[in-house]
Every structure is written in C-alpha cells, then in structure tokens.
Ligand binder design. Structure first.
Ligand code: G3P
Length: 217
C-alpha cells in the first residue's frame, strides 16, 4: 500500500518525508487555502520534497479550462499529478490528459458508479472520500469494497486512492480491502506509528539500560 500525505503544508511534508514512508502527496483547493501560500509555488516546492505523485487540483469546471490549467500544473514538475473532479467534463479531460501521458487523480468520488467511469476514462488514481461518507451516516469502507470488486472484475489499472481519511482505522480497513493508496493528514500518519505500549516498553528498556552504566560507543 502506498501512503500519501493529504496536505499543502510543505514543512509538515518535509518532516515526515525524512522517514522514507511518504510515497506521494495530495492537495486540494481547501488545503491550499489553509496553507496560505501561492498555489503554484507550494506545489512546485512539494514536488521537490517527495519522489512520488503530487496531486494538484484544477479549479476550472469546463473541459477547455481544465485542459489549460492542467498544462500549467504539468509544467511545474514531472511528478505533478492532475486532480480533476468526477464530472463529465472532468472525465473527458481525464481521457485526454492520460492519452498525453499525464498522471490523473479523479477526485470527489462518492459512488462505485462514478469510480467505474473514472477507470473507463483511464484515470491513474480515483479518490473515493470515505470520511465524508461516514460523516453523513454511510459506510465509506463499503464503497471501497465495491470499487475493489469492480476493478478486479475487469482488471482496471486505475489505482484506488482512499481519501478523506479521518483516523488510522480508515487506513487499516483500506489495506485489508486491498486499496492501492491511502492519503491522510500528517497527524494520522503519526498515529499509525504510535502505540502506548511501545512508548511504555521503550521507557522501561531505557530505564533498565541506564542502570547498567554502559554506553554503546
Ligand atoms: O484531499 C482530498 C480529501 O482527502 C479531502 O478530504 O474530507 O478531509 O476534506 P476531507
């Protein structure tokens, strides 16, 4: 499973990328607004922080506008992945951009029917939003299961990029289902590594080691 960070905070990305565990980054207009920086500048900086795909979202809603904005974003760095909304114009742009060799992440996916069309359009990634599904009383993970089944039925190459992740259990459930990628806030990646018994066990080891009076030099 690939692990992406869902943020436009370059400093957070740099800090966690040092672990070697970060395979890519996803951004969206709301995350860019939260970061408070120039969009093109921050995408270019982020693309230099991780070797993998960095999703940068168009804001045009028409095909021609999407294609024009995609050309600008693709020019920022070779690992920029164009994020397009799951609309008919977005799917048309997906087909055109993938034909040109661009990476495309089709976002705001909330149904298996939509995900089927994203695969038909040849998207590199589809981003089903599990947290926002959970927020309105639906089971976001059931959507991931449905998409996995459909994609395996037809051997679609589109990768399932689980998005709108709220906590480590979303990541674990996505991994059990066989999703290809999970994108998450930096805090969730830290939570994945954290366990109180690990902390307690390490403290006990270090306390006993200190009693030996030895050092490893
Ligand atoms: O960036 C796409 C997605 O992960 C955002 O989800 O629900 O946290 O805004 P959300």
């Amino acid at each position: 499973m690939k692990l992406f960070l869902d943020t436009a905070e370059a400093a957070e990305i740099a800090a966690l990328a040092a672990s070697g565990l970060v395979d890519g980054v996803t951004t969206n207009p709301s995350l860019v607004h939260k970061a408070g920086r120039n969009f093109l500048e921050v995408v270019k900086e982020i693309a230099g922080l991780v070797p993998g795909p960095v999703s940068a979202e168009v804001v045009a809603t028409d095909y021609e506008g999407m294609m024009a904005e995609a050309r600008v974003l693709r020019g920022l760095a070779p690992n920029v992945c164009i994020k397009l909304p799951l609309t008919l114009d977005g799917l048309r742009a997906t087909k055109a951009l993938t034909a040109e060799g661009a990476m495309v992440n089709v976002t705001l996916c909330f149904s298996a029917a939509q995900a089927l069309l994203a695969a038909k359009a040849g998207a590199t990634f589809v981003s089903p939003f599990v947290g926002r599904h959970d927020d309105v009383g639906f089971n976001g993970m059931a959507l991931i299961e449905d998409i996995r089944l459909i994609y395996d039925n037809y051997d679609f190459a589109t990768q399932i990029l689980v998005a709108s992740v709220r906590h480590p259990v979303h990541v674990l459930e996505a991994a059990k289902i066989g999703a290809d990628v999970a994108t998450m806030p930096p805090a969730v990646l830290r939570q994945l590594a954290s366990h109180p018994l690990t902390d307690r066990g390490l403290a006990a080891f270090l306390a006993d080691w200190a009693k030996t009076g030895q050092s490893i030099r």
